[in-house]
Design a protein. Structure first.
Ligand code: SF4
Length: 195
């Protein structure tokens, strides 16, 4: 009898939902956000202390794009309390993140990302980890599990891959490289190729 394969094998201490990652095809296209659902208007973004410092550091440049983070010439406090240790990003009344901005064509972009590019810094150092990770999602806990956000396919930038892919989608690979590193992504890729 063939042994049942673990659907969530552990890689570097993280249980990975291999099938969910295998099925996902992702390409961030901000122009879609002008007419369709935008991730920057959908979720509460929780940030820890380290991320708060990085965000504050990028704010003077981000204010060139997201005018809402300036009030009477001063930078606003962009954080609401989430719990004792963490905070969440403030949103506008319509739910849009305070750091989002629209270009001339209506595309919704992240001012922390734009600021990082201007400053020659890796954008993944200024953006919250949950934003970089989306549409993937890390369920924290004693045994953290990496999977795909439940409603990911409601957004135009995500679609199910055709057939049974034997390699990671390039958009998903880029996310894993940015958040967990190349070695982690290669281990995930090997498991996907093996099935
Ligand atoms: S920080 Fe940037 S990527 Fe994250 S929700 Fe706000 S605008 Fe979007």
């Amino acid at each position: 009898m063939k042994p049942t394969q673990d659907p969530h094998p552990k890689i570097d201490g993280i249980r990975v939902d291999i099938e969910a990652l295998r099925r996902l095809s992702h390409e961030c296209r901000p122009s879609n956000c002008s007419v369709r659902k935008s991730c920057c208007k959908t979720y509460e973004v929780i940030v820890d202390n380290g991320e708060m410092s990085d965000i504050i550091g990028a704010m003077p440049r981000a204010a060139h794009y997201a005018k809402g983070i300036l009030q009477d010439g001063d930078l606003v406090d962009p954080f609401d309390d989430a719990d004792d240790a963490d905070a969440c990003l403030t949103t506008h009344e319509d739910g849009m993140c305070i750091f989002a901005w629209r270009d001339r064509k209506g595309a919704i972009l992240c001012s922390l990302h734009s600021a990082a590019l201007d400053l020659g810094v890796d954008p993944y150092q200024t953006k919250p980890k949950t934003c970089t990770l989306w549409p993937l999602y890390l369920i924290e806990g004693d045994a953290p599990r990496l999977t795909v956000q439940e409603d990911a396919y409601a957004f135009a930038c995500n679609k199910p891959a055709t057939g049974i892919p034997v390699q990671l989608d390039p958009g998903v690979s880029e996310i894993l490289d940015a958040v967990f590193g190349v070695a982690f992504r290669e281990k995930v890729g090997r498991l996907i190729a093996r099935k």
